[in-house]
Design a protein around this ligand. Structure first.
Ligand code: ADP
Ligand code: MG
Length: 278
């Protein structure tokens, strides 16, 4: 199965080229990511799925320019990423830690716009629009800690979309919310993506979630990490929590990804140190 959906015809926006990351350590280093190469085309929604510890967060830190790779490079619109790019936003798993508790909801969403030098009127309209998009127009003056976990994560998403990035990176953003909220947030992210024409790289350890959300799913092995498969998700663009998940094709794709990950587990074993071989 190849990635031959419509998004693949758009120009490449983000190019991840031969990324390897070794964390230095006393015992010679931990190779979190071995060799990852893939492209994201403009407007694509791509999910990256891999087991816990497979280097997903490491990869996102490298892509977003927060951390340097040991080998390889990331190109955004043809330019090498060597620091956080302006037109990229990252939503972390730990929303509780990513929001400022002393700032109100609207102020949290507004802050990156201030830092970027966006004028006041423009800031206010973008904040209002983003809060509206995530269904939080009624709580702009609340503090994050007054809200439920799911609402806090919606604030983090609003902050990312108000910034109007070209590329939105999300690191297991729904891992800590309850199942119903998670389903709502999944649909929210798909609808924001479709409306704003973002390019999304969504990282998850949840196979169902990756198949439900993505137009493409990149399957990672266990550490040290390589790409097992780059799979086109040929489901109708209009996803629905009940219908899509009971679609025989969805079930087939999910089984396929699951089998790939199981297979990888038996092959790679538990070695996480850098092998002595070249
Ligand atoms: P994932 O997000 O897929 O769970 P991570 O990127 O967090 O995976 O971690 C990948 C591997 O790198 C793990 O073996 C982890 O222990 C190791 N690792 C992550 N961060 C560091 C660090 N700062 N120093 C050393 N090892 C790390
Ligand atoms: Mg992680």
């Amino acid at each position: 199965m190849s990635a031959d959906h419509k998004g693949a015809e758009a120009p490449v926006l983000l190019s991840v080229q031969g990324i390897q990351k070794i964390y230095p350590s006393a015992g010679g280093g931990v190779e979190a990511v071995r060799d990852l190469t893939f492209d994201l085309h403009k407007g694509e929604f791509v999910c990256l799925v891999g087991p816990s510890g497979s280097g997903k967060t490491t990869l996102l830190k490298v892509i977003s320019g927060l951390m340097a790779a040991t080998t390889g490079q990331v190109l955004l619109d043809g330019t090498v990423v060597d620091g956080p790019p302006r037109n990229m936003a990252l939503v972390f798993q730990e929303y509780g830690r990513s929001l400022y508790p002393w700032l109100r909801v609207a102020e949290n969403v507004e802050l990156p716009l201030k830092v970027a030098g966006v004028g006041k009127a423009e800031r206010q309209s973008r904040v209002a629009e983003a809060l509206d998009a995530v269904g939080l127009a009624h709580v702009p003056k609340s503090y994050p800690w007054e809200l439920s976990g799911g609402m806090q994560q919606r604030v983090a998403i609003a902050r990312a979309i108000a910034y109007q990035p070209e590329v939105l990176l999300m690191d297991e953003p729904f891992a800590a919310v309850d199942a119903q909220t998670r389903a709502d947030l999944e649909d929210l992210v798909r609808s924001v993506w479709a409306r704003l024409g973002l390019t999304v790289l969504f990282v998850t350890h949840d196979i169902d979630e990756s198949v439900y959300l993505g137009e493409r799913v990149i399957v990672l092995s266990s550490s040290p990490t390589v790409i097992l498969e780059d799979l086109a998700i040929d489901l109708p663009a209009q996803r629905d929590q009940l219908e899509t998940r009971s679609d025989p094709r969805f079930v087939e794709l999910r089984h396929h990804v699951y089998a790939q990950i199981q297979k990888a587990k038996t092959y790679t074993g538990d070695t996480q140190s850098v092998p002595v071989v070249g």
